[in-house]
Design a protein around this ligand. Structure first.
Ligand code: RB5
Length: 141
């Protein structure tokens, strides 16, 4: 799968953990930054990741900030993006099965690295359920 990932400074350390996992899982990764702990504005990264998912350049996007909240708000402003903020495995699973989430958001200050890895594995590995769920996501698309 082609996965594009971005973070701000608040998600930088967790992004490194997720990058290693994605590599180990054999995904094609594009890291659009940030690349240091310098303070940056998260919407710029949410926009870049969202645009790459919408254009089809990436199959899925992952965004990490301090809480995951700002990233999810900014990503969901984009038509065609269904960004899910997840802090445990159940919502990661359901965001795929019921909501066909195409962007995963997490918060480094909320979710530890072990749980984040479980979330990513689950989120990337769970198919969309389709059927009635397809009708529902079309209602807000
Ligand atoms: C940065 O301090 C922090 O506001 C940001 O990472 C994120 O949590 C915003 O939602």
């Amino acid at each position: 799968m082609k996965v594009v990932i971005g973070s701000d400074h608040g998600g930088f350390a967790l992004k490194k953990v997720v990058l290693e996992l994605l590599g180990n899982l054999g995904h094609e990764i594009q890291d659009i930054g940030c690349y240091t702990l310098d303070s940056v504005d998260y919407p710029a990264f949410a926009d870049q990741v969202s645009e790459k998912v919408i254009s089809g350049e990436a199959d899925r996007g992952i965004l990490i900030c301090g809480t995951g909240i700002g990233m999810s708000m900014a990503a969901n402003k984009h038509q065609g993006i269904r960004a899910a903020l997840c802090s445990e495995q159940y919502t990661a699973h359901m965001s795929r099965e019921h909501n066909d989430a195409n962007v995963l958001c997490m918060g480094e200050r909320v979710t530890g690295p072990g749980v984040a890895e479980e979330i990513v594995r689950t989120w990337l590995g769970t198919p969309f359920g389709g059927g009635r769920h397809q009708r529902r996501i079309e209602l807000f698309s």
